[in-house]
Write a new protein. Sequence first.
Length: 369
Amino acid sequence: MGNALRLLFKQCCEPTTTESDSLGPHGVSAHSVGFAALARDLLHFEVTSQVPEGLGQHVVSSRKRQANWYRKILQAWKEAKPPPRTPEEAARLIIETLQRHQKPDVEGLLNFYGLPIPHTLVELSADLPLPSSLPEGVKFELHTLPVDEKAVPDGDGMTVYVSTADPRESSLVPRGVQVAAVKRSRARAQKDYTRADAFHKKIIDQNYRVIPIENEEVLARKYRIRLRGIDAPECEMPYGQEAKEELAKLVRGKCLTVLVYGEDRYGRCVGDVYCNGIFAQEVMLKKGLAWHYKAYDQRAELANVSSKASVVCCSAHANCSYLNLTNDHRHSGRNRHELSGLDYGLHPTLKSHGIGEGTDAKEDIKNPL
């Protein structure tokens, strides 16, 4: 155990010929500060039974209890086969070892070492991979061009573009769009950019766009997508910005596969979104950044993902103050259904922000679709 930790610490701290980063608060490079510092402190604790001096500023428990944590972590590290090799693996070991301890202490310890906190530890695994054949109810399948992160307005929707060279799209391009695209190309060849822009506006007005990709221009059709079966908070609501950023990070620059089941009343395609085989809805549920809409989606696999996510995230019903905030940001005129139709998984515990006290009250929430 001691030799393994010494080797790990040496590998993390040993400078390379290209490394010019400044040292972090634990005396190693910023890239490896958390993992290497943890290894060093465990080595130090094994010899001296002393915990780091600065830890008390990040946690609430006494140094005696801190020593108990390190004793448990050290033992768990010895028993781990193989031992942790990455910050993520180290964070999981700490979380599992200290699962019965106070949440502020566990998160404080993770923050002290710059290790991932619980809701960021969700693996992008293909637990619900892209089906080999189209599921029942799918009307068509889209294969998008790389997604611009600016085209993600919130945590459950996005705008994508599909090349008109796609077999399905090629026969659907309106004659007016085809003509405008040809005339635009000619105008640009003549460096008449004013006329070219005018033709491009005609293309855009018909829900198409010319997109530059790898020194080429691709005529593509615009689709607005609504992620099927989940609902994320609006950007103005608690955790709305986090949900938007997480979805944008997942799809940024990626080509997506979208299985479309239909349209909502706003003309958006309602579908399942896959990014490199990763199911986007699954990721958002696992990270506690969206709700599963049981009233509109009865898939057991999504319900299962949502229930597992609630172990780390908030699984209790939010109270009326939160629901009123939700209703304030919903568009008027949508159908309503009761809170009982929702499975909450919003991270972290809403109670810690003063809006998660227990309540049995039910409140209507409007249909997101």
